[in-house]
Design a protein around this ligand. Structure first.
Ligand SMILES: [Zn+2]
Length: 318
């Protein structure tokens, strides 16, 4: 039932983690949806990897709400995510489903502003962060035609702007060094943040902590030592590595970027299919096992689309 070639790859990966994790160190990973919408099949494919691998390693899964973007997040989406996970039988070990209604939690990013501020202050004191008042428009006007306007040119690095000015973002000073890391599935990766993005925002002009800042600080604060996420996030790993180092991280976590969900011909699933909501599948009469099986099959973990019980997820990786 597990795809033989997939199982071979992942069994090796689990063995590698077992061999390299320091003794008496629990494996901690996280499932981190953003409450900007409902859970869809792409999320559940990620959950199959997170729960399956972490449980195969005897580790713990954190449920983290990545609601750093205050304009796009809605409380009703958070509630819906909790309900859908409960329905699917995907129980986190930290940030458990029953704790979320009780008030602020360290696993919800919008409750962690003080933690982010203190990290930002540290970076500013070290000279690794600075205020920037460039708009996207002013940046693209400055750059040569045809140049990628997503690569920041360092315009405000030496301007010593006031952090308290309105419409001011805070950027992280990347270093020119390339970042090398060993992805558990993709092997050695070399990335150059200075060419990919340049100095990137930690706090945006609209008053939001950015994804990069929040995710790096949360992983550090929560002792995450196994990061499992989709290949679509691969490009952001190098810059997050530089940020984690600047914040004093001593041990690099295991990092794995898994395949995104595919159709029967092995093509990346269309946005529309990948966005099939778990709510819609529930309403259409699917069982939790049917939905898990569908997600696991679509990301190449099963050789056919058959129902899958959440308790059987670790077996796909052993
Ligand atoms: Zn600027």
């Amino acid at each position: 039932m597990a795809r033989p070639e997939a199982q071979k790859r992942y069994r090796h990966l689990v063995q590698h983690c077992t061999d390299h994790i320091p003794e008496n160190t629990p494996v901690i990973s996280r499932f981190a949806p953003s409450p900007t919408g409902y859970l869809h099949l792409g999320h559940i494919a990620n959950a199959c990897f997170v729960w399956g691998i972490t449980r195969a390693l005897g580790g713990r899964v954190i449920l983290r709400m990545e609601d750093h973007d205050r304009e796009r997040c809605r409380p009703e989406y958070e509630t819906a995510i909790l309900e859908d996970l409960d329905w699917l039988g995907l129980e986190p070990d930290l940030g458990t489903l029953d704790t979320w209604q009780k008030g602020a939690t360290i696993y919800r990013q919008s409750d962690c502003g003080a933690r982010y501020q203190s990290a930002l202050d540290k970076l500013i004191a070290q000279g690794r962060a600075y205020a920037c008042d460039c708009s996207r428009k002013s940046l693209s006007e400055r750059l040569a035609p045809g140049k990628n306007d997503l690569v920041y040119d360092g315009h405000c690095r030496e301007r010593e702007l006031d952090f308290a000015q309105p419409d001011t973002s805070v950027r992280f000073c990347v270093t020119p060094d390339a970042v090398q890391f060993d992805d558990l599935l993709l092997g050695v990766q070399v990335q150059s943040p200075v060419e990919q993005c340049g100095d990137f925002p930690l706090y945006d002009r609209h008053g939001n902590w950015t994804y990069h800042l929040a995710v790096v600080i949360d992983d550090l604060a929560q002792g995450v030592n196994l990061i499992i996420r989709g290949e679509d996030l691969l490009d952001s790993t190098g810059r997050q590595e530089q940020l984690a180092m600047a914040l004093g991280r001593e041990t690099r976590p295991f990092i794995m970027h898994h395949p995104l969900i595919m159709d029967a011909e092995g093509r990346k699933l269309s946005k529309r299919d990948a966005d099939t909501g778990i709510r819609e599948l529930r309403e259409a009469g699917c069982s939790p096992e049917t939905v898990l099986g569908k997600a696991a099959w679509a990301c190449g973990l099963l050789d056919q689309e058959i129902p899958l019980h959440p308790g059987a997820l670790p077996e796909l990786f052993r």
